[in-house]
Structure formats: structure tokens, C-alpha cells
Write a protein that binds this ligand. Structure first.
Ligand code: ADP
Ligand code: ZN
Length: 720
């Protein structure tokens, strides 16, 4: 009897046993099609030998239907999946599903059918067809993708195919990617760069697990330095994974990569078209895609011959996934490198405290690049005390910052204003009755976006046009904007400096790689005087003429009492400051604050990073927070508030009474209503040596909840 245990991609089910029919061969990791009830589903063979007993007798087992023609998931990836499921207290299937994210890639051969306009336009069109014709100009994709773009149903598009308005094109997703050339344009490294690069290259050649913390100041050339390790891996015939935090930023990275290696890398992120996704997934699995640059989900790609992992801007919070499997890509990257026996490089100018601590403990090797490349100096940092230098009412730029902006404009140099808040104003209220506009699905205010004329929720995507009259009291033209967003700051700059060319850089304006490329080109051509942006502009960009950075509100991140607030503020301000003075002219940074004597502001002003990390380390030690103690959160949610509260109380009522494990709550979660679900949270704090995951599993496993209740565990939550 040939019995195997498979993970099937149904969240509610554990692994299931199947029979391997005569003539079929499978091994652990084989991707298979299996019957489930009346349906067929994709699964992965997980265990093939020494199966533990199961309730299903041999005679009742259903046979596997098919082995899909892709390489089996290799042992290191399977171990990673097991580690993630265990560490993040989730099911194997939900992690494995991330590795097979492109199920289309698994079936059949390499061709995909896509559609595009033929150019034939009938004289009379239904309004929906006219709309599709308009929006699909220049687009190509599957019916589903095009329907999404055109905002019409699949059926409308199929009708257009029949009418000859759209035509089918076969796309070969097995065509190979051009190979990067490690010797295409080798840079001359500075002595300190060369020293760090040599270490990483040796590790690549040794093919051993070695974690590095590449700790280099902004502008020190971290990319050039780790690119030597990438070159070494390519030369060895191995594959490389580079994780980047913000996909909008990859454009400048892709350009630099192409300049160095002659061809662009393969990209992996959520907005790939299905044909691109399929091509990338398959070429990674067959070992043909050599360098993949991706968002965190690229960590679960089935590399055939991985040789190196790089995590750039490794401190970034966007590496933490906050729904589904709540994992931290930085930590998972280190684990994958461990299972694959390859080096991993965490690059940052402002490492996470956890990473520095690992270096101090000797677990990571720290490679330091202490100075900017090419003799550029680090910028001067000045604090503007907003209590003394008040901006005029309804404005947010203090006189000192305004003067500095005027000065740069006169000199023909560029400035950057940073405020991490999209839109025009974070809160809108009625002047007459005080009504505040709130999201119906979330406990959050609606943010006014004046450019697109809407009030939007930044948590669930809900949006409405700004009403003419207050829905509460009926008064007309009564809406007042409270507080600044970047759009409002851009207006303020335009009012103060009417001659200045202002560019607004947020995820609302850099909506595509093409837009990002256009922005970079304009900034480089000096067609922009003042950039106003959110955290999108804090990293990656290199504009030599940019000599002034203004931080509009350094206190914003400090509110809220989150234990990571100071670290996050430090990182953001240090990163955005790092955009100034990267060329020949020295840079200056003005930080607007009401708390000039907060330790983080003082550390920024004096450039004393060590002092900041030392103070932060003490604060973490006191709070028994990472890297000293451990935190986890349990988030209980339901569309029914009472149901969520009852479930959370039931969990709280059965909390384990263990020495060294402290359970706080339940209390309403920071966003107590999110996407229509009421949320309660319990926090768990434990010593490092506690087997926290086992404690949580044993605690939650016996509990049963109402069907509408969801219970999610967040191990190492970002905020606590
Ligand atoms: P970081 O990522 O450390 O902030 P970058 O990698 O962006 O720094 O490097 C800053 C600038 O210096 C970039 O324009 C980069 O191309 C240039 N640079 C760094 N090292 C070298 C080198 N060895 N040769 C030529 N240019 C370099
Ligand atoms: Zn909302």
C-alpha cells in the first residue's frame, strides 16, 4: 500500500492521506492534484514514509489524480515552511500556500492566453464596451485582468472578443530571462567597501550559512558592496534573492542593477500579471531566473539553486506582514538562508535593535561602512523648536524652514519635505456642529484627498466624494480640514514659493513603476525644486543636487505610546536625512519638533547613534521586550461586537498561569473596528527562554468559538 500525507490548500483542513495509484511516482515536495469531495485541489506531498497512524483505513483512501510537471519543493523550503508554521503558530497549509502562490504556474506547459485590442472599433458601442475600449488602450492580459482594469464583467469582454474588438495572443511564459553578467560593469570599490565585499564573497563561495549585518551610513554604497556578493553567486551558477521593502522604489534599484549586470533582474510582487507571475515562478523553480528582486512574498519562491539572500533596508517595518500568516520577512530570510546553507546580508543604515543585538552577541557578523562614498559628508542636523518658532495659523512650516527653502531655491538646489501622512488633511469636521467624518467599517477618521476629491479610509479603502453639506446638521459648505497631510504641505510651499516646481511623492502619485521612473528622471534633470513626500521618499533615492531636508513633524510617530515609536522615529528621520548632501554640496536637515529634548531628537541632532541605541536598549530591557523578552498578541475578531468580546474573554479566562508568562487584556485592539470586524487583543509577555508558541498552542487548541469569530496569533508583533 502506497500511502502519502498531503497538505491541501483549504484553510480548515489539516494534512490528508491519499493513495498513490499504480504507475505514479511521488516524493516529498511533489506538487499534486488530489480529489476533495467533488472537487479537485492542488496539494503538496508532505510525508511519504513512516506515516503516523490515521483514522482512514487503506481501503477508503482516494487516489491522487496527477503529479504536476514542476520540480518538487526542495527539502530546505519544506523545512522553512515547517519552521514558519511552528514559529508563527499557524497551519502548514497556510504557509505552503505562499510557496505555491501561483497555482496557474503549476499546470500545463508554458503558454498563457492573453487579450489585447485589435484596433477594430465598431461605429456603435454599448456604454460598457466604450468604457472598456477607452481603458484597455495599450493593455494586455487575461480576461480577468482586463475586466478588472476596465471595470466591466468578464462577459462583456468575451462579447468583445466575439465581436473582433479584442484578440487572443499566446504568451510563452517559459521563454528564458536574459542572464546577468557578473563582469558587465565592475565598480572600483573604496577600501572599506572592498573589505566588506570580500567577506561576503568568501561566504558565497564557501556556500555556508553566514548572516551579515551590512551596517553602512546613508550614501556609503551598500548596494555596490553587496552587489559583489551577487556577482560571485551568479558566477558560481547560483540564484540570488534580493528583498526590497517598497515595490514602488524598485525602479531606481532595477536601473542600477541593469547598469551593473547588463540586464534587469526578475521581479516578484503582488501586482505582477498572472502571465508574469507564472513565468517568474517557473523560471525560479527551474533555476533559470538568476536574480530575483522582490517583496517579502518572494521568500517562499521555490529556488532551485539559491546562493545568497540580501535584505535591503532590513529595518523596514513593511517586512512585517500583518494579515494572513503574520511573519517578519527579515527573520524568515535568515531562517531560509540557514536551511539553504547560504549567506544572508541584512543591509541598513539604521538597523533594527534586534539585528544589532545579534551582531553584538556574535551571531551575525557586522560589516561597517562608516563613511559616504566619494568624500560626501553627512548632513548637518538642526532642530527647529516649534514652541518658539511657530508657523502662522493654518500653516506648518516654521520661519527657519521657510528661509532655508527660499535660500535653496535662489541657489538652484533641491529640497525635500517629509511628512508621513498621505492626503490633504487627516481629519475633516463640520464647522457648525463639529461632526467628524469617520469610516463606517473602521475606527478611523476619513482622510481628505483633495487631488482626487474624496474622503478615504487608509485602512479598508472605503471612499466617498466630500459631501456638499454636513450629513449631521445639513449646513452647506461647512467642512474644515484639520491638520496637515502632504498635499496640504505642497499647497503651502506653492503659496510661499510660487516660482518653485513642487513634486508630490506618495503612493497616490507614484502609482506605477513608470510614474516612479518619471519622477526620478525629473528630479535628476533638476526639473523639480521641492519634493514633498511620505515615507516613500525616505530611502533609496540618490539626488546629488538635494541639499535640504525638512522633517515637518518629527513628533508624529512618537505619539501613541508604542514601544517601538522611538526606534521608528529615529530610523525614519535618519533615513530621510540621508537624502541630503549626497553629491558635492553639503546637506542640511531641519527637524521640526515640540519635544527638542526627547532622547531620540537629541540623538538625531547630535548624530550620536550609539547613545540612542544604548538608551533604547535600556527601555527594551525594562519592558522585557525584544531582544530581551518576547511578546505575542492574540487578536480576536468578529463582525459581531459581542461575539468578539465574548470570545476574547473566554480566551482571557483560560490564560495559562505560568511563572514568567504575563497575559494582558483582553482590551479593544488599537484599531478596534477594522474592515467591518470588531477586534479585541490580548498581549502576552514572556521570558526569552519560554517556549511561547507551545504555550499558546496548548492554550488555544482546546477552545471552540462561534463560526464568525477569527482568532489570529501575532508572534513578535510590530507594536505592543
Ligand atoms: P547607500 O545604499 O549605502 O545609501 P548607495 O548604494 O545608494 O548608498 O550609494 C550612494 C551613491 O554612491 C550611489 O550613487 C552609488 O552609485 C555611488 N557609489 C557607491 N559606491 C560606489 C563605487 N564603488 N563606485 C562608484 N559609485 C559608487
Ligand atoms: Zn475603513
Amino acid at each position: 500500500m502506497n500511502r502519502v500525507r498531503c497538505l491541501v490548500f483549504n484553510a480548515a483542513l489539516g494534512p490528508l492521506d491519499y493513495r498513490v495509484p499504480e504507475g505514479m511516482t511521488v516524493e516529498p515536495g511533489s506538487v499534486v492534484v488530489a480529489p476533495l469531495g467533488p472537487r479537485q485541489i492542488v496539494g503538496v506531498v508532505w510525508e511519504a514514509e513512516r506515516l503516523p497512524a490515521s483514522e482512514v483505513p487503506d481501503a477508503k483512501l482516494r487516489p491522487l489524480l496527477q503529479v504536476l510537471p514542476v520540480p518538487p519543493l526542495a527539502a530546505p523550503l519544506r523545512r522553512l515552511i515547517e519552521w514558519c508554521a511552528d514559529y508563527y503558530v499557524t497551519s502548514l497549509a497556510s504557509v505552503a500556500r505562499m510557496a505555491l502562490s501561483s497555482s496557474a504556474a503549476l499546470r500545463g506547459g508554458g503558454t498563457v492566453t492573453e487579450y489585447r485590442l485589435t484596433g477594430h472599433e465598431p461605429a456603435r458601442l454599448t456604454p460598457q464596451r466604450a468604457q472598456a475600449l477607452d481603458l484597455l488602450n495599450g493593455q494586455q492580459g487575461t480576461i480577468r485582468e482586463l475586466a478588472e482594469i476596465a471595470g466591466v464583467s468578464d462577459a462583456v469582454l468575451r462579447g468583445m472578443v466575439n465581436a473582433g474588438i479584442l484578440e487572443a495572443v499566446l504568451v510563452d511564459s517559459d521563454r528564458p530571462y536574459p542572464a546577468p553578467d557578473p563582469r558587465h560593469a565592475e565598480p572600483d570599490l573604496s577600501a572599506e567597501q572592498a573589505e566588506a565585499a570580500a567577506k561576503m564573497v568568501a561566504a558565497v563561495e564557501a556556500h555556508e550559512f553566514r548572516p551579515y549585518l551590512l551596517d553602512g551610513v546613508t550614501g556609503s554604497g551598500k548596494t555596490e558592496t553587496y552587489s559583489e556578493a551577487i556577482a560571485a553567486a551568479i558566477a558560481q551558477g547560483r540564484q540570488v534573492l534580493v528583498l526590497l521593502p517598497e515595490i514602488a522604489l524598485t525602479e531606481s534599484f532595477l536601473k542600477r542593477f541593469e547598469a551593473r549586470f547588463g540586464v534587469p533582474p526578475v521581479t516578484w510582487h503582488s501586482s505582477l500579471k498572472s502571465s508574469e507571475r507564472r513565468r517568474a515562478w517557473r523560471q525560479v523553480a527551474f533555476g533559470q531566473a538568476r536574480v530575483v528582486v522582490g517583496a517579502r512574498s518572494a521568500l517562499f519562491l521555490p529556488f532551485a539553486r539559491l546562493g545568497l539572500i540580501v535584505v535591503d533596508e532590513a529595518h523596514e517595518i513593511s517586512f512585517k506582514q500583518d494579515d494572513g500568516v503574520r511573519y517578519n520577512a527579515r527573520d524568515v530570510a535568515v531562517m531560509r538562508a540557514h536551511f539553504e546553507s547560504v549567506p544572508v546580508v541584512l543591509a541598513s543604515a539604521t538597523p533594527a535593535l534586534e539585528s544589532l543585538q545579534m551582531a553584538e552577541a556574535g551571531r551575525y557578523e557586522r560589516l561597517v561602512l562608516p563613511s559616504r562614498f566619494g568624500g560626501a559628508t553627512l548632513p548637518d542636523i538642526r532642530v527647529v523648536d516649534l514652541r518658539e518658532q511657530q508657523p502662522p495659523r493654518g500653516q506648518w512650516l516654521a520661519p527657519a524652514l521657510v528661509d532655508a527653502l527660499k535660500d535653496r531655491l535662489l541657489k538652484g538646489e533641491q529640497s525635500l519635505l517629509f511628512l508621513n501622512r498621505r492626503g490633504y488633511a487627516p481629519l475633516t469636521l463640520c464647522r457648525t456642529c463639529g461632526h467628524r467624518f469617520q469610516c463606517p467599517n473602521c475606527s478611523a477618521w476619513l482622510v481628505e484627498h483633495r487631488l482626487s476629491r474624496r474622503l478615504a479610509c487608509h485602512h479598508c479603502g472605503y471612499e466617498v466624494p466630500p459631501p456638499d453639506a454636513c450629513p449631521e446638521c445639513g449646513e452647506k459648505d461647512c467642512l474644515v480640514a484639520c491638520g496637515p497631510g502632504v498635499e496640504r504641505i505642497a499647497d503651502e510651499v506653492a503659496a510661499i514659493l510660487p516660482q518653485a516646481r513642487v513634486a508630490l511623492v506618495t503612493s497616490d502619485t507614484l502609482t506605477s513603476p513608470a510614474k516612479a521612473a518619471e519622477f526620478v528622471a525629473q528630479a535628476e534633470a533638476k526639473a523639480i525644486d521641492v519634493i514633498v513626500g511620505t515615507q516613500l521618499v525616505t530611502k533609496g533615492f540618490h539626488f546629488p543636487e538635494l541639499t535640504l531636508v525638512g522633517v515637518v513633524d518629527a513628533d508624529m510617530g512618537l505619539e501613541g505610546g508604542d514601544l517601538r515609536a522611538a526606534e521608528r522615529t529615529y530610523q525614519q528621520v535618519a533615513q530621510v536625512a540621508g537624502r541630503a548632501g549626497r553629491g558635492e554640496k553639503p546637506g542640511e536637515v531641519l527637524i521640526q519638533t515640540r519635544h527638542p529634548d526627547a532622547p531620540v531628537i537629541e540623538a538625531l541632532a547630535s548624530g550620536d547613534r550609539d547613545a540612542f541605541y544604548a538608551a533604547e536598549t535600556e527601555a527594551r530591557r525594562e519592558a522585557n521586550a525584544p531582544p530581551f523578552g518576547r511578546w505575542a498578541a492574540i487578536i480576536v475578531s468578529s463582525e459581531d461586537e459581542a461575539e468578539a468580546r465574548d470570545a476574547a474573554r473566554a480566551i482571557g479566562g483560560t490564560a495559562p498561569r505560568l511563572k514568567d508568562v504575563l497575559v494582558l487584556g483582553p482590551a479593544p485592539a488599537p484599531l478596534s473596528l477594522l474592515r467591518g470586524r470588531y477586534r479585541y487583543r490580548l498581549l502576552i509577555n514572556a521570558r526569552r527562554s519560554t517556549e511561547l508558541q507551545r504555550v499558546i498552542r496548548e492554550w488555544l487548541d482546546p477552545l471552540r468559538f462561534a463560526p464568525g469569530v477569527r482568532v489570529a496569533v501575532d508572534v513578535d508583533p510590530y507594536s505592543f
